[in-house]
Design a protein around this ligand. Structure first.
Ligand SMILES: [Zn+2]
Length: 263
């Protein structure tokens, strides 16, 4: 019997857990860290219906939508990966009728095919997709471009149709945490090399490695992508946004403000 337990046996309730609880809790200098978290993935709630996975892979040509890799693929939700169907972003968009009321987080419009590295970094909010400038003009005017189109399509479409939208939208890629961003498409490093070769010349005004305009044409829902981008837009992150990203954030927050004020 011991009245003074060994210090090492003492469990301090304030002590952090021995396992890192976040993918970003490592040094952050290597993506190998991300694959260490496989046990965490087991804890992820609600696996996707295999039919939705197959449909999404088929739609995305079984490639990561960002880097075109064909191995280590996962189908990942744009919003609501870690919470239930009462997702605030989806409810927000449904409230404005920008997306159909029947959309849940497992709708293919909310799914994308990604490689392991881009899943880990999407999850860590390193990057987000944003509908291109032309589409955002309509969003700012609160013109439910896709909403109208979808409602008409739903009226005429057969009820068994699982692919609600064959339309593609052009997306920008926003890089909030550039130091953690894995390489993008094969064209991205090539253009970086090119600009480096040119050497001293400053990048053209308006170009930024943090905002890659109209990089991808995708069949995912642009409104959902926008709502997902709001998870980082206007938030605290390092390094802070450059001028291009900062101006884009202002425009995106203005869309949100106008929608909310329209009620
Ligand atoms: Zn990828």
């Amino acid at each position: 019997m011991s009245l003074s337990p060994d210090r090492e046996d003492f469990v301090d309730p304030d002590q952090p857990p021995s396992r890192p609880s976040s993918v970003l809790s490592g040094s952050g200098d290597s993506f190998v860290n991300y694959s260490d978290g496989e046990e965490e993935d087991v804890e992820s709630p609600a696996p996707l219906n295999p039919r939705q996975v197959a449909s999404t892979l088929r739609r995305d040509n079984s490639r990561c939508i960002l880097c075109r890799k064909q191995d280590g693929l996962q189908v990942y939700r744009l919003v609501g990966q870690d919470n239930d169907d009462a997702n605030p972003s989806l409810l927000w968009l449904q409230g404005f009728k920008f997306i159909p009321a029947h959309y849940d987080r497992d709708n293919i419009a909310n799914l994308m095919t990604l490689c392991d590295a881009h899943v880990a970094t999407y999850r860590a909010r390193v990057w987000r997709l944003l509908p291109c400038a032309e589409f955002r003009k309509g969003m700012l005017a609160r013109t439910p471009l896709r909403g109208d189109a979808l409602q008409q399509r739903n009226r005429s479409a057969s009820p068994q149709l699982t692919l609600p939208n064959a339309q593609s939208t052009l997306f920008d890629v926003l890089v909030f945490l550039p130091e953690l961003m894995p390489p993008l498409s094969p064209t991205e490093p090539a253009s970086s090399r090119k600009s480096r070769k040119k050497g001293k010349r400053a990048p053209p005004p308006g170009l930024s490695p943090r905002v890659l305009p109209s990089l991808l044409s995708l069949q995912i829902d642009p409104y959902i992508a926008y709502a997902s981008a709001l998870e980082m837009i206007g938030k605290a992150y390092w390094p802070p946004p450059d001028e291009v990203l900062r101006l884009l954030e202002v425009k995106c927050l203005e869309i949100r403000r106008r929608w909310n004020n329209s009620l």
